[in-house]
Design a binder for this molecule. Structure first.
Ligand SMILES: Nc1ncnc2c1ncn2[C@@H]1O[C@H](COP(=O)(O)OP(=O)(O)OP(=O)(O)O)[C@@H](O)[C@H]1O
Ligand SMILES: [Mg+2]
Length: 231
């Protein structure tokens, strides 16, 4: 059995009058520790697929097995726990909180985890700060910890986003165009960082990209078109 098993996944948006078939019976199996690139034209369903895998959204029909459990019909709260304890997200636009400084942004997943867990494993403020700083070191921007995120370059902001994505030590990292707004040099740095995380921790990584050069860093490339995966 694969680590992630998506079977006949359909995702529709909207209602009968204006229905969008974003995913049209997608079948996709992912093994633990794979690093996969998802390529495809705009509107082919890449982000929709990533959001479903990351438990940010639910499919219209089909079956989702994650790590041996059928989570297709999990309630929002149960999905939130999986999302927060197993998944790390990196988005194209960084989606950092601009009212927070760098280290506060990285602390967010840890604070959420505290809210979700009631089993005595809660971290105190100092432990949270320490862990966040450790991740900033990991991506090479600990010197910027107390700066506002708006004072950072695009490449630096994306490193903050990576630190935030890995601070909870996720089993799966979902990266939607993580190098989309970066120049070539910064893109290579970011993809190398992800590759390194994949190889060091056996983290499963799925990267949506339009860049064939970036896709080459992955072990497997899948291509999407009109809501299906091409073979
Ligand atoms: N929240 C939504 N409501 C309605 N339609 C949506 C929504 N999100 C996506 N869609 C539609 O679903 C289809 C797939 O969208 P998706 O965002 O998954 O594409 P994508 O491959 O990520 O494209 P891009 O490369 O432009 O990011 C598109 O036709 C899009 O317009
Ligand atoms: Mg997209």
């Amino acid at each position: 059995m694969s680590y992630i098993q998506l079977t006949d996944i359909v995702k529709n948006y909207g209602d009968k009058q204006e229905i969008v078939h974003a995913l049209n019976k997608v079948n996709f199996n992912i093994e633990k520790g794979e690093m996969i690139a998802v390529l495809g034209t705009s509107g082919s369903g890449k982000s929709t697929l990533l959001n479903l895998i990351g438990c940010l959204d639910k499919c219209t029909s089909g079956k989702y097995i994650f790590d041996g459990k059928d989570i297709t019909n999990y309630k929002d709260k149960e999905l939130a726990i999986i999302r927060n304890t197993k998944m790390g997200f990196i988005f194209q636009n960084f989606s950092l909180i601009t009212d927070y400084n760098v280290i506060e942004n990285v602390e967010i997943p840890l604070i959420y985890r505290n809210l979700l867990l009631n089993n005595g494993k809660k971290l105190n403020k100092r432990e949270i700060k320490k862990l966040a700083l450790k991740q900033l070191k990991e991506v090479g921007i600990e010197d910027y910890a107390n700066k506002k995120v708006t004072e950072l370059s695009g490449g630096q902001q994306q490193r903050v986003a990576i630190a935030r994505a890995i601070v909870n030590e996720p089993d799966v990292i979902l990266a939607d165009e993580p190098t989309g707004s970066l120049d070539k040099n910064n893109s290579l740095k970011i993809i190398n960082m992800l590759k390194n995380i994949n190889e060091t921790n056996n983290t499963t990584i799925i990267v949506v990209t339009h860049d064939e050069q970036i896709a080459k860093f992955c072990n497997r490339i899948i291509r999407m078109e009109d809501g299906v995966i091409l073979n």
